[in-house]
Ligand binder design. Structure first.
Ligand code: B12
Ligand code: SF4
Ligand code: SF4
Length: 402
């Protein structure tokens, strides 16, 4: 285990500033809440608790997310991101809404999207509020623009660890930061700052010391429910087996042995979030910093399989799904079609398997056609195929592999 180093070796903050007393810190908290952040908490830097990031990386659990490796030192040491950083302000944005259809009550089998994806890209919609938050630090605490850095997801900050430290919630066995007010459904954003704020209390449990699963008790629902067995241990997700990684981050072939477990999840996965009993306490988010795209949940598999590049750009403009690109979405849709064994999708799947320009799409379409028991209809296409990846799919199917 590696420890989060202190700021030894980092020159003392040139602009170290005090928050100006509890009253002004509370005023900042209220003003940040008014901007649309649903929870605002403070933690002190440095923190001497061990963060298991290096073990996770050493075990290869980051799959091909090399950027996690490259930025590990910074993630473990905020002073490398902002020399002289004294505090981190952790911000939660709830995306819980009753209006998103509960997948368990859906009448017909249809593609299922991670709840967070049914919004315009949160990186884009939360950013203006972070800019405004920075201005507040300048206005209320005399900070300059050099005294803070803000991030939402994309920065080298262990956001869940700091959120737990700041008492925004606790780290569940599902690795999520779970809030007692918002359940699992919080986006996290962070502001590293040279201003010294009084830290908020972390969540405590008088019967338990360990960080992971602090308020889980004996519950293991999330660990038991994961369709692909992605938990290496409570709180530790092996991204290589995680549907979220495979359907969003992986740009290549989805391993054959994981495809069945993906079920109808077309983008991301919420299984280990959905089953968590702490969601009972989730209240409807204010959605001030979000822009709902619940309409996407109504897209049928046939509509998705028929997408052209132009139509994809039109439908998914502004959403996080645009980064997956058409090829990635069609790849995922083929896996879903194969799992749903939806006969009506067969003509579209055969067309994709025989003539789509992307070998990645052809490979997954071949798999789906075989899952539908119609592999014989691809005999001619197989003879004309030259791509090694697609040929490997035919070989695996004809050899009777999973
Ligand atoms: C890489 C990544 C992924 C990867 C790897 C996931 C993983 N478990 O690490 C993949 C692609 C699989 C993924 C999936 C998802 N992700 Co993601 N992901 C990230 C990212 C960029 C880095 C996470 C990371 O560092 N992982 C390494 C492991 C070792 O660390 P960790 O998971 O953060 O948890 C450890 C720390 O909390 C540490 N710790 C404990 N105590 C302390 C104390 C201190 C002081 C410190 C520093 C650390 C520490 O112990 C924990 C357990 O090992 C963060 C954004 C960010 N910058 O943090 C978003 C983030 C974690 N993801 C998020 C979301 C929403 C998801 C999904 C739900 C998306 C979906 N629906 O498909 C799934 C959930 C999967 C799951 N159960 O974890 C949110 C989580 C919000 C929340 N409430 O927890 C984040 C924070 C993005 C955001 N800004 O909102 N994700
Ligand atoms: S997001 Fe899905 S695949 Fe990933 S750990 Fe949770 S349940 Fe498993
Ligand atoms: S489902 Fe149970 S074990 Fe998993 S995070 Fe929630 S309370 Fe903890």
């Amino acid at each position: 285990m590696s420890a989060i180093p202190g700021s030894a070796g980092v020159p003392p903050a040139s602009a170290e500033k005090r928050a100006g007393g509890p009253r002004s810190q509370e005023q900042l908290r209220r003003r940040l809440e008014a901007l649309g952040f649903d929870d605002v908490r403070f933690a002190s830097i440095p923190d001497d608790r061990p963060a298991p990031l290096r073990d996770w990386l050493a075990a290869g659990m980051h799959a091909d997310m090399q950027w996690m490796e490259r930025t590990a030192d910074k993630r473990l040491n905020p002073a490398m991101v902002l020399p002289g950083a004294r505090s981190v302000i952790m911000l939660g944005v709830s995306y819980w809404s009753e209006k998103i259809r509960d997948p368990r009550s859906a009448g017909r089998p249809s593609p299922l999207w991670a709840r967070y994806a049914l919004h315009d890209d949160y990186h884009d919609t939360i950013k203006p509020a972070l800019i405004a938050a920075g201005r507040l630090l300048e206005e209320l605490h005399g900070a300059t623009s050099q005294d803070y850095r803000y991030y939402v997801d994309t920065g080298p900050v262990l956001e869940r660890g700091w959120a737990a430290r700041a008492g925004l919630g606790f780290t569940g066995k599902n690795a999520m930061l779970i809030s007692r007010r918002h359940g699992n459904w919080l986006f996290l954003a962070s502001i590293l700052t040279r201003i010294e704020f009084a830290p908020d209390e972390p969540v405590r449990n008088k019967f338990r010391e360990r960080d992971v699963g602090l308020l889980c008790g004996r519950c293991t629902r999330c660990l038991d429910a994961c369709p692909t067995g992605a938990f290496a241990a409570p709180g530790v997700v092996d991204a290589r087996r995680c549907i979220s990684y495979q359907t969003i981050e992986n740009k290549g072939v989805i391993p054959r042995e994981l495809r069945a477990g993906i079920g109808n999840r077309i983008y991301g996965c919420d299984v280990c979030l959905e089953v968590c009993p702490w969601n009972r306490f989730a209240r409807e988010g204010r959605q001030m910093l979000l822009s709902a795209r619940y309409d996407l949940a109504g897209l049928t598999l046939a509509e998705i399989l028929a997408l052209t590049r132009e139509r994809f750009a039109e439908v998914f403009r502004g959403t996080p799904i645009k980064r997956l690109k058409l090829v990635g979405l069609l790849r995922n849709a083929c896996v879903v079609a194969g799992n749903l064994r939806d006969e009506s999708a067969l003509p579209q799947l055969i067309a994709l398997a025989t003539s789509h320009e992307s070998a990645l799409v052809r490979a997954h379409a071949v798999w789906a056609v075989f899952r539908l028991g119609a592999g014989a209809q691809l005999a001619e296409a197989a003879r004309g195929e030259h791509d090694v990846g697609v040929l490997a799919e035919y070989a695996a199917e004809q050899g009777g592999a999973a």
